[in-house]
Ligand binder design. Structure first.
Ligand SMILES: [Zn+2]
Ligand SMILES: [Zn+2]
Length: 260
């Protein structure tokens, strides 16, 4: 699998990155399957740098806060009004009704169902779906709205003889569901929106130390930190995670690609 950071700025777009969005791809049977994980403000434009949006197989939303989903309306316009004709519909997975949310963002009426562009599926923790050679499993997150973390198994991009495990926390505080999700994964992409000592509220986001605790308890191979807000210092968060987690830690940047 390959992970491309389309955007990683937490809660809003930032100076050097758009808001949350990740491209996860895997090759099998002579073709590439491409999944967009979250699609926050600005993600549509950045996605154009990495692949033709016509080649996206599915969109998966960890939750439907606007900083993770706003550009679904850009994807909808692109698919319906493409100058070469409509692109057809793709599967959209989310923990709440993404049809309603898309209408709200798009300012569209109740009669609009986007059925030419999207096939909406509601996901619950405990469910799994297959997209090409990737299997996605959903786990409960602890956030201010219904949300999930997602674990993905799929073919390795560096060792063709094995499958690898990847997990993405979505927005969450440290919780049992996320530890279960991250257990023994090769790569964990974890939100780390809060700074230890500065952000005291619980049940919303993780700090660097809580992301590190998640990675250490779950025994992950590598920890990638994301969703840092523009007012947060990456070095502070990374050091806090490193103090708790014994493996490699990296704060992702927009445009980076990870093969595993
Ligand atoms: Zn967020
Ligand atoms: Zn959120």
């Amino acid at each position: 699998m390959r992970l491309t950071i389309i955007g990683c700025s937490g809660s809003m777009s930032g100076r050097s990155s758009v808001a949350s969005s990740y491209l996860l791809q895997a090759d099998s049977g002579g073709r590439t399957h491409s999944i967009v994980l979250d699609f926050g403000p600005g993600a549509m434009g950045q996605l154009l740098n990495y692949l033709d949006p016509a080649d996206v197989d599915a969109m998966v939303f960890s939750h439907m806060h606007t900083d993770h989903c706003a550009d679904i309306v850009g994807m909808q316009v692109y698919r319906r009004w493409h100058p070469e004709g409509p692109l057809g519909r793709i599967d959209v997975f989310s923990p709440v009704d993404a049809l309603v949310r898309t209408r709200q963002i798009g300012g569209d009426s109740q009669s609009e169902d986007y059925s030419g562009e999207f096939h909406f599926h509601r996901i619950e923790p405990g469910q799994s779906v297959e997209i090409g050679s990737m299997v996605l499993e959903f786990f409960p997150a602890e956030h201010t709205v219904p949300g999930v973390g997602v674990r993905v198994s799929g073919p390795s991009d560096v060792n063709l003889n094995r499958d690898v495990l990847f997990a993405y926390t979505g927005d969450t505080d440290l919780c049992e569901g996320e530890i279960e999700m991250a257990r023994s994964v090769d790569v964990l992409l974890s939100e780390s929106a809060f700074e230890d000592g500065r952000d005291k509220v619980r049940g919303v986001h993780m700090t660097g130390s809580r992301a590190g605790e998640l990675a250490e308890k779950a025994g992950v191979g590598k920890l990638l930190l994301t969703h840092l807000q523009p007012w947060t210092d990456p070095e502070t968060v990374r050091r806090a995670a490193e103090d708790v987690y014994s493996g490699p830690v990296h704060c992702v940047r927009a445009g980076e690609m990870f093969r595993f």
